[in-house]
Design a binder for this molecule. Structure first.
Ligand code: SAH
Length: 302
């Protein structure tokens, strides 16, 4: 099944951008995922195609209007529903047109013989499901005020049929859009970008590399940074000596058990030293005392 990415933006020309090359580019050509970049301005009501207005209460900058954003989101949800229905072989866009989110919900649940799971949430369907029952097609607004993006969330998204991503500009979004359209607020880090587009590219890149077949064997990713709540261990390759620096002896020992133990230790040490926040949350077995860990790290520098 194709993973459907829809981006709502004032700069559709920024897409696919970096996602048009390399792994993501090839995967898109192969139909593993598809992309639709929708111009938010097309949903403005006036002839000047106005999407923003001055902040209530005063202050600098402009704010994206909730009414315009809502029209864009409704349109994107409807189209996403049509695409998913087509994927299931349940009819052309024409046939399903007008059936809306509820119709899509019904058809998909009939198909799977399951209880409806709200694959496309529409405000007319009432409040969204509570935690534990995921939306399978979430609408995500990129904003520094959002919940920090995690690899766990990326995995959930990549396992679903797609995602609708809303990119802000200026001062951001009218707050009412989030509750009004059940939009999830997501941040890509404690930095401020000039627009949501690079953040959307990051989010999509992280999802796409996890789609089946995109990374080949490497995609199992079980050992990668964050997958087990830790940073990954460091890597080395040939030449064995470079500018007087060597590769840790254990990696050349051929002893797989020893190598695995060394990597686990490095992963724990590095997480502890570089990301105390991650280490704090990590509930794995903390078998290595800090002193032993430091000795091992020091060996690396020799
Ligand atoms: N006034 C806002 C910042 C707006 S930046 C604030 O202080 O919170 C303009 C747009 O860039 C935002 O609407 C958002 O879409 C995007 N953006 C900026 N930083 C981001 C981040 N860390 N994560 C996700 N999106 C971000």
């Amino acid at each position: 099944m194709t993973f459907h990415a829809t981006v709502l933006t004032l700069y559709p020309e920024m897409f696919p951008g970096p996602l048009g090359v390399s792994l993501a580019g090839r995967a898109r050509e192969e139909g593993t995922w598809d992309l639709e970049a929708i111009q938010i301005r097309d949903f403005a009501a006036d002839k000047h195609r106005t999407v923003d207005d001055t902040p209530a209460g005063g202050g600098a900058g402009m704010v994206l209007r909730a009414d315009v954003l809502a029209k864009a989101i409704d349109f994107a949800r409807e189209r996403m529903g049509e695409k998913i229905l087509r994927d299931t072989g349940r009819g052309s866009a024409d046939e399903v047109g007008g059936r809306g989110a509820r119709g899509v919900l019904q058809v998909l649940s009939d198909e799977r013989g399951e209880e409806p799971r709200v694959p496309l949430h529409h405000p007319a369907d009432g409040p969204p499901p509570r935690s534990g029952e995921d939306f399978t097609v979430p609408v995500i607004a990129m904003t520094p005020r959002g919940k920090p993006l995690t690899q766990a969330r990326v995995r959930e998204l990549a396992a679903g049929p797609g995602v609708i991503v809303l990119c802000g500009r200026f001062e951001g979004f009218d707050e009412r859009i989030f509750a009004g359209r059940y939009v999830e607020e997501v941040s890509i880090g404690d930095i401020v970008l000039s627009g949501g587009e690079p953040a959307a590219l990051m989010l999509l890149d992280a999802c796409i590399r996890l789609l089946p077949g995109v990374m080949g064997a490497a995609s199992s990713g079980a050992e990668e940074s964050f997958e087990n709540g830790l940073l990954e261990y460091p890597h080395y390759t040939r030449p064995a000596e470079w500018e007087g620096r060597t590769i840790p002896e254990v990696l050349r020992s051929g002893d797989h058990a020893k190598i695995a133990a060394w990597r686990k230790l490095q992963s724990e040490v590095d997480t502890r030293l570089r990301r105390p926040d991650l280490w704090e949350r990590h509930d794995g077995v903390r078998v290595q005392p800090a002193s032993g860990a430091r000795r091992e790290t020091k060996d690396l520098d020799q």
